[in-house]
Design a protein around this ligand. Structure first.
Ligand code: G4P
Length: 281
């Protein structure tokens, strides 16, 4: 789903997240493992202030595993705990609760020292930009399928807590934040990975960006997928080559560039070119 973010929406989204922060002990900041920087809210440090947090690199199943490892070291060097997860399959999800408990143990020890015998469960909030997998992770942590959350900033409903085992509670509505739109490359990466729906950006522009990226970073996969002997530096020639090989043609046998763009983006998003990471630390 696509949200049009205007300054008013952003201010409201920020206020809503800040309201929720008052209720919780720890934040799970959900990022797309393929694009950890581009899927990050530009004001996140400001918004979260000193709240403890864990960075979750979601959709790690679709990202280049070696690069995801580099990202985890990158965040940990900055003193931020980070985990690679696949919310859809559940890989790495158990680690979240264990890590959160470990991070909060001092706080709960203090409560125990004050004589609070049955400390309440740890309370957590998931935040992230649209389509990063917030609802999927909530369902996964809840262990059953709960109602799809309203994905619109400004749509408020009563806060409810979802029990995650005995020791954690999760706010049932995630904090929805905006990505860094000002940067054109961020928009192109979000579109390439499918976080932004196609209607917003020109499909061919996105595919041109993606193909140039693949040519530079994953040339062998590109050659193999589209049976190319070499990859032309001329982007039109490259579109022509792929279109001809894959039958993206219009009447008279000329290549239909929109079809080529659609095909390439669909192939990327469905892992036909394998696991890809579009950003390195
Ligand atoms: P949101 O609440 O943050 O907006 O995201 P949501 O959970 O709706 O997830 C967006 C899409 O990403 C969903 O695909 C979901 O299945 C997929 N997804 C979430 N986590 C993971 C993950 O760890 N790995 C993989 N491979 N996919 C994940 P969808 O329902 O098919 O949506 P769409 O394709 O129609 O956008």
């Amino acid at each position: 789903m696509t949200i049009q973010w205007f300054p008013g929406h952003m201010a409201k989204a920020r206020r809503e997240v800040q309201e929720k922060l008052k209720l919780i002990d720890i934040v799970f900041e959900l990022l797309d493992a393929r694009i950890p920087l581009s899927s990050r809210n530009p004001m996140i440090d400001d918004i979260l202030a000193n709240k403890p947090r864990i960075v979750l690199l979601n959709k790690a199943d679709m990202a280049d595993a070696a690069i995801t490892k580099q990202w985890i070291s990158f965040f940990e060097q900055q003193g931020v705990r980070a985990l690679a997860i696949d919310s859809q399959a559940g890989t790495g999800v158990k680690q979240i609760v264990a890590t959160a408990k470990d991070m909060m143990k001092d706080k709960f020890a203090k409560m125990a020292a004050k004589g609070i015998k049955n400390p309440r469960p740890l309370r957590a909030l998931i935040v992230g930009i649209p389509n990063v997998g917030k609802s999927t992770l909530i369902n996964r942590l809840a262990g059953k399928h709960i109602a799809k959350t309203g994905d619109k900033p400004g749509v408020t409903k009563a806060q409810q807590w979802i029990k995650v085992g005995k020791e954690m509670e999760l706010l049932d509505t995630p904090g929805i934040l905006w990505p860094k739109f000002e940067d054109e490359e961020v928009g192109l990466k979000l579109a390439t990975t499918g976080a932004i729906k196609d209607a917003i950006l020109n499909l061919q522009d996105v595919a041109v960006y993606a193909l140039r990226f693949l040519k530079q970073h994953y040339p062998d996969r590109l050659k193999e997928r589209y049976s190319l002997d070499d990859i032309s530096d001329d982007i039109v020639e490259l579109f022509d080559a792929i279109g001809t090989r894959r039958g993206c043609l219009v009447g008279g046998g000329t290549v239909d560039y929109d079809k080529v763009a659609e095909l390439v983006l669909r192939d990327i998003r469905t892992e036909k070119l394998g696991r890809l990471s579009f950003e390195k630390p």
